[in-house]
Design a protein around this ligand. Structure first.
Ligand code: CTP
Length: 406
């Protein structure tokens, strides 16, 4: 989990050092403890005061230095770190890390550190493409370093090419992903459906719904935090995809169903958070439907879509997969009774019931108020929580259900 994680952020001497200040700030805002180590090159681009200001912690740069409590800096910074990020990473420090040099605080600490290493290279295009840089990169990759970027775009030289450091939010996502890798769901595959479906009427129109995909995306983030491999099968989303998720974009309920079934043999947990259209137009017009002369209305015949969770339940009876299935019940009345009925009808281990008429829960908003219902335990009514917090609670229940199956 990134909240409470101890992150070491090495900053080297490139123009993208200003982005490292955003990164340090974002990491601190999400609850990580960030200790910054600057190289002498970095200090030419940005001052330690900036990092001290955004992290609220002292900044380190002296290889012979000690921490405010007197302990040796490099040994203890390395020992306490959950993750070491170097951003921006210059060609020079990349080479020093690849060759195990230890001539400043950052490289000494990197040698002493056993935490995962996340690198964000940033340099001029030809430096990046140079065989020496590429060979050094390969050495680090082989050793398990996680490398993000660089991107193509505008470079400090004024030219356009590959070499730009990735944006701080991407690094935040990568950091969160890496910090989750040793969680209790490591090695487990979680498949989540999210967003609404679009049922086509003609080449330009569809029948859709108000789902934003926020709950499904929050679940994907929570599952990643616990170390799972996560596939998100999603309709149109109003939110960004989490870092490290395997995204499968679909439009219609039928496509979503096919995508879920394709994953089923390897799925440990399936969570149906999508608002799937129960009906689709019986026929999709090949051309745009025109108004009829004379001002008449239009009647559209709808036919039933597959119920994805019910189809999965039938398959599961044969294959035993997924091991755990979770559904949602979006209701406007008789919340518990309707949810219990869906739990049984769809062969679920857990159902998340929510009253979508409440203005602070359900479609589009960032909060949700749900009750968790399972076959053999009393309903658990959660208070009004952020969708992220609801997702974390659901994933806790999922983890316990999986453990129960072991
Ligand atoms: N669901 C599904 N396939 C469908 C419809 C719904 O897999 N064709 C899933 C949803 O993702 C959710 C659960 O079933 O996890 C319940 O969805 P909901 O819309 O609340 O209920 P429905 O089953 O569609 O029943 P109704 O619309 O009659 O309330």
């Amino acid at each position: 989990m990134i909240e409470g994680a101890r992150i070491l952020l090495g900053v080297t001497g490139g123009i993208a050092a200003y982005k490292a200040a955003f990164l340090a700030s974002r990491l601190t805002q999400v609850g990580a403890r960030v200790d910054v180590i600057m190289t002498t090159g970095a200090a030419r681009f940005i001052t330690s005061l900036t990092f001290q200001g955004v992290t609220g912690r002292p900044v380190h740069d002296d290889v012979f230095g000690s921490l405010p409590d007197g302990r040796i800096a490099h040994v203890n910074l390395a020992k306490e770190a959950d993750l070491l990020i170097v951003a921006p990473l210059t060609a020079h420090t990349l080479a020093r890390l690849a060759h195990g040099l230890a001539d400043d605080l950052l490289t000494v600490t990197a040698l002493a550190c056993t935490a995962p290493l996340l690198l964000a290279p940033a340099m001029e295009e030809h430096m990046w493409q140079h065989p020496a840089t590429q060979a050094n990169l390969e050495t680090l990759r082989q050793r398990g370093a996680f490398i993000v970027g660089p991107l193509s775009g505008h470079l400090a030289s004024g030219a356009s090419g590959i070499g730009r450091m990735v944006e701080p939010d991407d690094l935040l996502g990568a950091a969160r992903y890496l910090l989750g890798r040793r969680g209790p769901l490591t090695g487990r595959r979680v498949v989540i459906t999210a967003g609404g479906t679009h049922e086509p009427l003609d080449p330009v129109r569809f029948i859709g719904n108000r789902s934003s995909g926020k709950m499904g995306v929050a679940l994907a983030e929570a599952a990643l935090d616990l170390g799972a491999d996560v596939a998100l099968i999603h309709g149109p989303l109003a939110v960004a995809l989490p870092w490290g998720v395997e995204a499968v974009a679909v439009e219609s309920a039928q496509q979503m169903c096919e995508a879920v079934l394709a994953q089923q043999p390897t799925t440990d947990v399936l969570i149906g958070a999508a608002a799937v259209a129960d009906f689709r137009p019986a026929a999709v017009a090949e051309q745009k439907i025109k108004k009829q002369p004379g001002g008449g209305g239009l009647t559209i015949e709808l036919v039933r879509n597959p119920d994805i969770l019910a189809v999965v339940a039938a398959q599961r009876a044969l294959s035993g997969r997924p091991l755990v299935t979770v559904g949602f019940a979006a209701e406007t009345e008789n919340l518990h009774a309707n949810a219990q009925a869906k739990l049984a009808a769809k062969g679920l281990n857990l159902i998340v019931a929510n009253d979508v008429t409440a203005s602070d829960a359900g479609f589009g908003v960032d909060t949700n108020r749900v009750t968790l219902l399972a076959l053999d335990s009393p309903p658990e009514a959660l208070p009004l929580l952020s969708k992220a917090a609801v997702a974390a609670q659901i994933m806790q229940r999922v983890t316990a259900l999986l453990r129960g199956q072991a």
